[in-house]
Design a protein around this ligand. Structure first.
Ligand SMILES: NC(=O)c1ccc[n+]([C@@H]2O[C@H](COP(=O)([O-])OP(=O)(O)OC[C@H]3O[C@@H](n4cnc5c(N)ncnc54)[C@H](OP(=O)(O)O)[C@@H]3O)[C@@H](O)[C@H]2O)c1
Length: 301
């Protein structure tokens, strides 16, 4: 008998006479039961959708960001659905805040198995000469520095266990010009996150079950945008064109979930976007996994 994972998340050895009381399912089963996930920015929009998705799939989830109300609302939503999700309020650009967050998780859970760095966001959206230097650096801080600080704390435990998953978050402008908006801060911060992901992977690629990938969740309306759009739709009686152009937060959550699944085992150091769906095809996933596609690389003639 092969080793099994019970539906309650416990492993059962293959010893003679082992008679599990619950129905055994293969170890490769796609469950997050027993795994501890930290989702930064998990109280709002895409981060929230990812946090809820991971909790629904069995993980113990901790969400962290600054806005207490958004965090509490998400915790309450999860509580009503019996999901294992709690929050920690902190500014993730503050190294002391990040220390406190990890101390809290280590005390209660002992480890972080999955780190999803969704904290970030747009800003300093003015023509370059008109940007405020502190605001410009602030965009870098909330995207790049938060990612760095959280990876710095999560990685040692993952290296010790030789297992873990890190998801970083890219965005518009990391690869393509954002035409019609001023976005030097945001675009370069997101490009930096892609390179950070690639380098962190390269430095740890020998660790057998450590995956470090980046998601690009695509243009996604926030709950506030949606409220405005719904009002405009009521007034016009027509669907708002913005709906066509945007993804739902759950699309980003689906991509994140895929990258945490056994089906994505072969993908490491990659940047995947919700704007494409090759990753839904297992054959394409194997092809990509064997080459250097979806990494940051120069294209030579
Ligand atoms: N929405 C889009 O169209 C889109 C497209 C591509 C990529 N993205 C990226 O996807 C991620 C989530 O975007 P979103 O649209 O769902 O949210 P968002 O409106 O960009 O909000 C940013 C998230 O980051 C958190 N955050 C920002 N600064 C923080 C800090 N100093 N400390 C802790 N948390 C901080 C915020 O929480 P608090 O305010 O509670 O701190 C919030 O949860 C971001 O990295 C964003 O850049 C978004």
């Amino acid at each position: 008998m092969e080793a099994c994972l019970l539906e309650n998340g416990e492993h059962v050895g293959g010893g003679a006479g082992a008679t599990p009381q619950l129905k055994p399912v293969p170890v490769e089963v796609d469950t997050l039961k027993g795994r501890v996930a930290l989702v930064t920015g998990g109280g709002w929009n895409i981060g929230r959708a990812i946090a809820l998705r991971l909790a629904r799939d069995g993980a113990t989830v901790i969400i962290a960001s600054r806005n207490r109300d958004n965090l509490s609302e998400t915790v309450e939503y999860a509580r009503q659905r019996d999901l294992d999700l709690r929050s920690h309020v902190c500014d993730l650009t503050d190294p002391q805040g990040v220390e406190g967050l990890f101390r809290d998780i280590w005390a209660s859970e002992g480890r972080v198995d999955i780190l999803a760095c969704l904290a970030g966001g747009f800003g300093a959206g003015a023509a370059l000469p008109d940007t405020d230097p502190r605001e410009w650096m602030g965009v870098f801080a909330r995207n790049v520095y938060t990612t760095y600080l959280c990876c710095r704390k999560a990685l040692p435990g993952m290296l010790e266990r030789k297992r873990g998953d890190i998801l970083t978050c890219a965005g518009g402008g990391a690869f393509f010009p954002m035409v019609g908006v001023h976005a030097t801060a945001y675009a370069s911060a997101k490009a930096a996150i892609c390179r950070f992901t690639d380098q962190l992977y390269a430095e740890n690629m020998e660790v057998p079950d450590l995956r470090i990938n980046c998601i690009e969740p695509g243009m996604t309306l926030s709950p506030i945008d949606l409220e405005r759009i719904e009002e405009e739709e009521k007034a016009s009686g027509r669907p708002h064109p913005a709906r066509e152009m945007n993804h739902s937060p759950e699309d980003g959550a689906e991509l994140a979930r895929f990258l945490l699944s056994p089906a994505a085992k072969i993908l490491n150091g990659r940047i995947l976007s919700v704007d494409e769906d090759w990753w839904r095809d297992p054959v394409a996933v194997q092809q990509v996994g064997k080459g250097d596609l979806y990494r940051l690389r120069r294209n030579y003639l």
